[in-house]
Design a protein around this ligand. Structure first.
Ligand code: NAP
Length: 308
């Protein structure tokens, strides 16, 4: 059993920011970051809207900087994947997938979110064989091939721009005419000649035996179906909080799995805080996650100083 003042679950911007504040307040701080510490930013290309960077920075570099900053301040970052949280008052017991246990006076849950899938026919069978939720990770395999991107948010638009650099044709499929993506990114897509938009359309089915060969699109206004040949389908339809592992704990969540917090990032359990995308339905931005992580770190430091 490893004892610590604070255990943070998640090494994305929320977890790292919480760690910076906690460590600078004198807390012994451990981040359990999972197999790939860094979260969704590791899959993001250019970030242009994180305050303080004059030029765009890659998600990987931003996370690498945050991890180095944490380590410089004495924070330990492990690859443990926490699967269980027990206790309703300190010390809390946390168990990692390999059975390793931690005892912590305070906990910050910053477990982030993962990609949401479409749930259509053919998707499960062809995942990893033409269907991907990460253009940055898998785009290279589709060099020179025609691909489809699904979604109307920043992820879909940025994925389309990224893929358009290596694919001859990118079709962005979105279920309505309005976009969630910001205006600058939408304009960049519209200015890219090898990206075409299929609006008011959804993917009804992904076709292919060994790998993807086409999608069946349905126009939601006319119900007309069309077949679009493609080698890859990049699904970018939002995210789901990574909180299933908390089922069975006393931490309150809403029906969609988001952890409920107050404005100080406190959960319903004194000493357990939550921050970032596992608490956020609307503003899933790195800078917002870092901000909520800072609040959680400050709160955790105050809590530990009262209880140790
Ligand atoms: P998002 O903003 O929630 O957008 C998801 C998109 O998928 C929406 O357009 C939604 O359509 C569509 N959608 C949802 N379920 C669908 C389904 N079953 N079938 C078809 N379409 C579906 O998600 P995101 O793009 O992943 O972005 C998440 C957050 O991260 C956002 O806050 C975003 O701004 C942020 N982000 C920021 C950056 C950046 O600033 N550089 C980059 C990436 C992401 P509707 O619009 O009709 O609901």
């Amino acid at each position: 059993m490893t004892k610590t003042d604070l255990l943070i679950i998640g090494a994305g911007p929320a977890g790292c920011s919480a760690a910076v504040y906690a460590a600078r307040s004198g807390l012994q701080t451990i981040i359990a970051g999972g197999a790939m510490p860094g979260g969704q930013l590791l899959q993001t290309n250019d970030i242009e809207n994180y305050a303080g960077f004059i030029q765009p920075i890659s998600g990987y570099e931003l996370m690498d900087n945050m991890h180095k900053q944490c380590k410089r301040l004495g924070v330990e970052i492990t690859t443990d994947d926490i699967v269980k949280l027990e206790g309703e008052k300190p010390p809390f017991t946390l168990t990692a997938s390999g059975g390793k246990q931690y005892q912590a006076t305070a906990v910050v849950i910053a477990a982030g979110a993962r990609a949401r899938w479409l749930g259509v026919q053919g998707e499960e069978k062809l995942k990893g064989r033409g269907i991907s939720a990460c253009a940055t990770c898998d785009g290279f395999f589709f060099k020179g091939k025609e691909v489809v991107v699904v979604g109307g948010g920043n992820t879909a638009f940025e994925d389309a721009l990224f893929l358009a650099q290596i694919c001859p044709k990118v079709t962005l499929v979105h279920r309505r005419e309005g976009f969630r993506a910001d205006a600058v990114t939408v304009q960049k897509v519209k200015n890219t000649p090898n990206i075409s938009l299929m609006l008011n359309c959804v993917v009804d089915e992904v076709l292919g035996e060994e790998s993807v060969c086409a999608v069946v699109l349905r126009n939601v206004l006319t119900q007309e179906k069309t077949r679009l040949a493609c080698a890859g389908v990049f699904v970018a339809v939002g995210a789901v909080a990574q909180t299933a592992w908390l089922e069975g704990s006393s931490v309150e969540m809403d029906a969609s799995g988001l952890i409920k917090t107050d404005e100080k990032q406190r959960t319903n359990i004194d000493g357990i805080f939550a921050a970032g995308d596992c608490t956020e339905s609307e503003f899933r931005q790195a800078v917002v996650a870092a901000g909520s992580g800072a609040k959680a770190g400050i709160g955790a430091a105050a809590f530990v100083n009262l209880h140790r």
